[in-house]
Design a protein around this ligand. Structure first.
Ligand code: SAM
Length: 326
């Protein structure tokens, strides 16, 4: 099992398959994706390179793969990528994080290809607010896609919603109503500062603590965290099928339970969402040098820092999260 020098173990790899995104979320790519001028900057890992990466990590103990981006559904070979990941010996769970693009049309094919878990980013359940945050009007179609995923019986369906002072911090009633009869976990993510969003961050960042008090007041109860649990504090309520989660990366001790590594769409292994450029392993992925690759990965993981420095205003080289997949 991959282990860092603080004893944290990593059996979860997030694989970004493109950094292109079709949305213009105000906190991420408010002006849309800007096409790089050089062609090499747009050469993302091929499905063969992705399958090689997953096989190498699986041999080192990785059990869960999350496909992310940019927007992963932009890639026309996404279904095949899901299938290739799922076929790798040792991989138990294949998940995806998407903005819901093509969800309604493709969720059945993704499920058949082996998709176990789905996270969909929906920052507001109000169509007008959804549009002003993302620049798109797709909310209804996305929600139909989520309903389909539930009907298909995916193992887990989650919604990610970034907490924004002006937009969704007041929409709790509507969200809880939606969760009443659906076995979905809705996770509020505190807005994180990145290289590009400083002004927006200063205007819109709001701590999840007020929401936590509100949930407790409404009778929501904290769920004890399992040893392999994700970054969210989760809450349940006897009258609701759904759950609420809070991801609060500015809280003390947040990184102590970090269990994930990241592979960028260009083949950089990254140890932290807010770290440095990472270790480029593309050569080994292309040439299938599994032994050399394993050695490089094991050594590199040992250099992971104890925690990010977001509180000090340092977001590393990360200009926006589409670069690295969230
Ligand atoms: N395009 C996909 C999507 O929208 O889910 C995957 C990539 S996106 C970068 C992954 C997640 O990161 C989304 O839930 C998005 O809302 C979240 N995100 C992006 N920028 C963020 C920021 N500055 N702070 C908190 N969450 C952010």
């Amino acid at each position: 099992m991959l282990t860092d020098s603080f004893g944290r173990q990593f059996e979860y790899l997030r694989v970004s398959i493109t950094d292109v995104c079709n949305y213009r979320c105000q906190y991420c790519l408010p002006n849309g994706y800007l096409k790089p001028t050089s062609k090499t900057q747009r050469e993302f890992l091929s499905k063969e390179e992705i399958a090689n990466a997953v096989a190498s990590f699986a041999a080192l103990g990785t059990r869960k793969i999350r496909i992310t981006g940019g927007e992963p559904a932009i890639r026309s070979d996404l279904t095949e990528i899901i299938q290739r990941c799922k076929q790798v010996s040792g991989i138990e769970t294949v998940a995806i994080t998407t903005n819901g693009y093509r969800l309604e049309n493709n969720i059945r094919a993704w499920h058949q290809a082996g998709l176990d878990r789905l996270n969909v980013s929906i920052d507001s359940f109000d169509p007008r607010l959804f549009h002003s945050i993302t620049g798109h009007n797709h909310l209804e179609s996305i929600l139909r896609g989520v309903e389909q995923a539930l009907e298909l019986g995916l193992e887990k369906v989650k919604i990610n919603s970034v907490l924004l002072r002006q937009f969704n911090a007041q929409g709790l009633e509507q969200i809880l109503h939606w969760l009443k009869d659906r076995p979905v976990t809705l996770r509020f993510i505190e807005l994180m500062q990145t290289g590009d969003n400083l002004r927006f961050f200063e205007q819109q960042h709001v701590s999840g603590q007020a929401l936590e008090f509100d949930l407790l007041k409404r009778g929501w109860q904290p769920i004890a965290r399992g040893s392999t649990a994700g970054p969210a504090k989760e809450f349940q309520h006897p009258n609701y099928r759904g759950r609420v989660g809070l991801i609060m990366p500015y809280e003390k001790g947040f990184c102590e339970t970090c269990n994930r590594l990241r592979l960028s769409a260009k083949g950089d292994l990254q140890l932290c969402l807010f770290g440095e450029q990472g270790l480029n392993i593309r050569n080994e992925l292309t040439n299938q040098n599994h032994q050399i690759l394993a050695k490089r990965i094991v050594e590199y993981v040992k250099t992971k820092q104890a925690a990010h420095s977001l509180k000090q205003g340092n977001s590393g080289v990360t200009r926006h999260l589409a670069m690295i997949g969230g």
